[in-house]
Design a protein around this ligand. Structure first.
Ligand SMILES: [Zn+2]
Length: 583
């Protein structure tokens, strides 16, 4: 963040830069170019670079005093901590009339401007339910690999589409954030859940200049809007820690996604009717084995006392919804992130021995819907396949694709639900991409030991020999003799082995004495493998998110709005329109 004291002229020059500028000086929140919804609450903030007396600051919206448009109690901070500049803050305001708004701030520093485009929604809802299924990091490479492994290809024709392909509406989605073109899962999910772009690591807030993580200008999340305006039920499901960025985005306001213990408190504030995932460590009081809390709060007891049925494994989850489903359901199946499909069903690697009875995504989806659909007003469900991303970072494409197929099985169930309940909007998306690409095949039976020479491209690739004899849509063996050759374009140093890693997730790099990440020696002597020099800075331990567009597909009421190229915040708009939340 810029700490310089700028002359009025210099400030004016900086401020005339487009939003793509890396320089962030004096600022208005919501930011210039924000496009958001009527009657959704937000915090307004002006940050000046220097200390300015309040009487020398004029804030106007469309030419009139800003408080005529934003009604609320102004907080003037003469000199902000960490900033040496003045600020004006107005909490929890909303704009009722759609249209173009220009905010102008005049002070001895010069003039600041932000243009807002405020839209409204139809008055009448067209969807009773909204289901958003989100595979974290889902890229075109994941989809293609999953389609080959799950459905197969004959003479160049895919035997069937994935369920996520088989939807009438599709768009490319841009995922960049306020501070960078290369986003993380906090601000990308936040864009879906609030309709505002934000910054890396931020959830439900604009990242302001003060260091405190929970004082930043907030944007109301879709769950908060639903609680305030509708009687709809809310569900949040993930296979990552439930406090991880994507599930947290449904309820959270923090500049630091790592505030996981506090994020549990934010779940408690909103109390979604269904919460299913990993991450029990942050629900347990300090001192209990596995706890990562620094206090004595026992959130599991609190949720139970509030009427939630609490389940900890697949059997308990399925039993809970066998007869009449409970009204509220909390399921925590792992202290951290859950294990992936291949580990749970085939390899028994990673932490499966310690947590042997974790549910499948399809179990969690079925249970969530059974609880939520009891609500006559309908429901909103966000389900995240978090491990598609968690396995892509360490370049473990096989696990990642296994979980892409598992995600597609949920899409299949959701499609069946929409068949029976056509008043449901279904959106299937990722939140950012990885640099994953299918190059051809790797054939162990080619002569020699050098694995690189066993890679087949063009005509030499042919077809892999995955089999699915039990027709469950998953290969019976994810490590056949002729597999896909899949590579990541952005990576640290690592040893390429051209093989899957059944015992535990691949680890590309480790830190050396200089604090730089170098290829993990564990894989140095794998026969036929070789060193691959990284192309990322040496402080990066893993593969990174890419700026490439992602593909979103949709069906159901209002899904026709999903088309062409869209900014990620438009997903919020489509969901809000479907449920008529702008009033
Ligand atoms: Zn990620």
């Amino acid at each position: 963040m810029n700490k310089h004291i700028l002359s009025a002229a210099a400030a004016a020059v900086l401020l005339s830069f487009s939003a793509a500028s890396a320089v962030q000086a004096a600022q208005i929140y919501p930011v210039d170019q924000a496009r958001f919804m009527t009657n959704a609450r937000f915090d307004f903030k002006v940050e000046l670079d220097t200390v300015v007396d309040r009487k020398n600051i004029q804030v106007q919206i469309n030419g009139q005093d800003y408080k005529k448009v934003l009604k609320g109690d102004e907080i003037y901070v003469a000199e902000e901590i960490d900033a040496k500049g003045s600020a004006i803050i107005l909490r929890d305001v909303e704009i009722k009339k759609p249209g173009k708004y220009t905010v102008t701030v005049k002070s001895p520093e010069g003039e600041l401007r932000a243009n807002w485009d405020i839209y409204t929604t139809p008055k009448k809802a067209v969807a009773k339910n909204v289901i958003i299924l989100l595979a974290d990091g889902l890229s075109v490479g994941h989809r293609t690999a999953a389609r080959i492994l799950s459905k197969g290809v004959t003479n160049g024709m895919y035997n069937a589409p994935l369920a996520m392909d088989d939807m009438p509406h599709m768009a490319l989605l841009g995922t960049s954030s306020v501070d960078t073109i290369a986003a993380d899962s906090a601000n990308t999910a936040s864009a879906y859940m609030t309709g505002h772009k934000s910054s890396v690591n931020a959830l439900g807030v604009y990242a302001d200049r003060t260091k405190a993580s929970q004082d930043d200008p907030r944007q109301e999340t879709i769950a908060e809007i639903l609680r305030r305006k509708t009687g709809k039920a809310i569900g949040v499901v993930s296979d990552a820690e439930i406090e991880d960025a994507t599930p947290a985005s449904v309820v959270s306001h923090t500049r630091r996604r790592a505030d996981k213990a506090d994020i549990v408190g934010m779940f408690w504030d909103v109390r979604p009717d269904v919460i299913l995932g990993g991450g029990s460590a942050y629900f347990l009081p300090q001192g209990v084995p596995g706890s990562k809390r620094k206090d004595q709060t026992n959130y599991i007891e609190m949720f139970k006392n509030d009427g939630y049925q609490f389940v900890t494994d697949r059997t308990e989850l399925n039993d809970a919804v066998k007869g009449k489903a409970p009204q509220k359901l909390l399921g925590l199946f792992h202290t951290g992130n859950m294990d992936g499909w291949i580990d749970r069903h085939q390899w028994k690697g990673n932490t499966v021995k310690k947590f042997p009875n974790q549910p499948d995504f399809t179990d969690s989806f079925n249970a969530a819907v059974k609880v939520l659909e009891q609500n006559k007003n309908g429901f909103f469900l966000m389900l995240e396949a978090g491990l598609v991303d968690k396995f892509s970072h360490p370049l473990d494409w096989t696990r990642s694709v296994g979980d892409t197929i598992a995600f597609d099985k949920v899409v299949e169930l959701a499609q069946k639900y929409v068949d029976k309940h056509p008043d449901t909007l279904l959106i299937v998306t990722g939140d950012h991409t990885h640099s994953i690409s299918v190059a051809g095949t790797v054939d162990d039976n080619k002569p020699g030991k050098d694995m690189r020479e066993k890679v087949g491209v063009y005509a030499e690739a042919g077809y892999p020999n995955y089999e699915d004899k039990d027709k469950d849509g998953f290969p019976d063996n994810f490590a056949p003799s002729k597999r896909l050759a899949v590579f990541f374009g952005a990576h640290p140093d690592y040893y390429e082995t051209y093989r899957p890693y059944p015992d535990k997730t691949f680890n590309p790099a480790v830190k050396n004495e200089k604090g730089e990440y170098v290829a993990d020696d564990t894989y140095k002597n794998v026969e036929g493998g070789h060193f691959v020099e990284g192309n990322l800075p040496r402080n990066e331990s893993q593969g990174v998110h890419t700026v490439d567009d992602l593909v979103v597909t949709a069906r159901g009421p209002r899904s026709e709005e999903i088309k062409g190229f869209m900014n990620s915040t438009e997903i919020f708009r489509v969901m809000a329109e479907a449920m008529a939340l702008g009033h």
